[in-house]
Design a protein around this ligand. Structure first.
Ligand SMILES: [Zn+2]
Length: 408
């Protein structure tokens, strides 16, 4: 059994709704606990579980009859069912000396609740959305990578982020088999986006380049337009308003194309290769070189590296970050001699010592591939973020709530 915990991408309405659901769950839990604490246990015999079942029946009756509890019917009945189940689990943990006597839940610490599907497991389709039983469909920050099934879902908040956690069969996580396991150097180029040491080149997307050129042209044509001037009481012209609105739209489009390209490229690389070696980026140095700054930062070398690193554990790919002072461009990948007079203009690396001649970026990528451990600045793990929770049945997992949150 594995537990998956995924971040939800919510709008304000959904945020409010989930917070209300958590509030309802907390209310039911505290109501039942308070009720249980008031029972004269010398007078009424029976197991905790049986007593809680009776309290549940009473609660269900009064929530239908009493006007002050009528708001409860607004929420999924799976919430109160699971709140009772959570309280039962808390008591059984107390009885088996695994935890202290159940505490009342507080708003500050306990913003979570559980729902389940009463008709057995539900299918969760691969993709960027998740359908949670009785609550509806929500967008996910990172999409679900495969189809799977689950029954019980715990929704929780940490800071201002919301998560959904559920258990799935371990077999449902497809094994990751990398096409290429030996180390591969990745050189982020100027002309081509990236060159790999196996000869693969990655071009930056055409629409992106087109959009950028267009954007630069519009900006230069309209360089004198201003959004009025409040101090001088000059109102903004309609033309200027229109222009800045369009400009923002275009900027947005360029950013989207770029983001899409980077997401797809990093995923593709991590799926195919089991071990990547990339250079740590010296952003300051690149920015100080004007020509490089335009080419490299625009295409998001920094964002590329960031995505590779955070996604690497999902695909079990190892990543080595090579020290930025390692002369990957200036070293001959064949004989190892240093060519200190190499300039940015030189697209071909010609070695006078051994006579080899090859693409400048390919030469750098091969050098990155061959780097020794001394120049590796940091390593990114190759373990999955999915945490095995062997032998814990899903219901206990979901209900254990706070204790397990850290590990999910
Ligand atoms: Zn050489």
């Amino acid at each position: 059994m594995y537990a998956l915990k995924l971040e939800l991408k919510l709008n304000n309405k959904q945020r409010t709704y989930l917070a209300q659901c958590a509030g309802y769950s907390r209310f039911v839990f505290n109501y039942a606990l308070a009720f249980y604490n008031q029972i004269d246990h010398n007078d009424i015999k029976g197991s905790t579980s049986k007593k809680l079942d009776t309290i549940k029946i009473l609660f269900n009756k009064s929530k239908k009859k009493e006007p002050e509890l009528s708001w409860c019917s607004k929420y999924s009945s799976r919430i109160y069912q699971n709140a009772f189940r959570n309280l039962k689990t808390a008591f059984s943990r107390f009885h088996s000396k695994k935890a202290g006597y159940p505490n009342f839940k507080r708003k500050r610490n306990d913003c979570s609740f559980t729902v389940d599907s009463s008709n057995g497991v539900v299918l969760l389709a691969e993709g960027s959305k998740i359908k949670i039983p009785t609550l509806g469909t929500f967008r996910l920050k990172e999409s679900l990578k495969f189809n799977c099934v689950s029954q019980t879902f715990t929704i929780s908040r940490k800071g201002d982020k919301w998560y959904v956690a559920f258990a799935i069969d371990a077999e449902k996580i497809p094994p990751i088999i990398h096409e290429i396991v030996e180390p591969i150097g990745v050189d982020l180029g100027i002309k081509t986006f990236a060159v790999l040491s196996d000869g693969t080149t990655i071009e930056s997307p055409m629409p992106y380049r087109k959009a950028r050129t267009k954007l630069a042209k519009t900006q230069s044509h309209n360089r004198h337009k201003q959004m009025g001037n409040r101090r001088l009481k000059i109102p903004t012209s309609n033309n200027a308003k229109k222009y800045f609105k369009q400009l923002a739209k275009k900027h947005n489009r360029v950013a989207n194309v770029r983001q899409d390209f980077l997401q797809k490229t990093t995923t593709k690389l991590l799926k195919k290769y089991g071990h990547l070696k990339i250079e740590n980026l010296n952003l300051k140095g690149m920015m100080s070189n004007h020509k490089l700054a335009g080419a490299v930062t625009d295409l998001g070398a920094y964002e590329f590296k960031r995505q590779l690193i955070y996604k690497a554990p999902w695909y079990a790919t190892k990543i080595n970050i090579i020290d930025q002072w390692f002369p990957s461009s200036k070293t001959c990948s064949n004989c190892g001699c240093l060519k200190s007079d190499l300039t940015l203009k030189d697209r071909i690396f010609n070695c006078i010592d051994c006579g080899i001649s090859l693409d400048r970026d390919l030469n750098a990528a091969i050098n990155l591939k061959n780097t020794k451990d001394e120049v590796i600045k940091s390593r990114v793990g190759s373990t999955r973020t999915y945490t095995p929770v062997d032998r814990i049945p899903p219901t206990v997992l979901a209900e254990a709530g706070r204790e397990h949150h850290g590990q999910l």
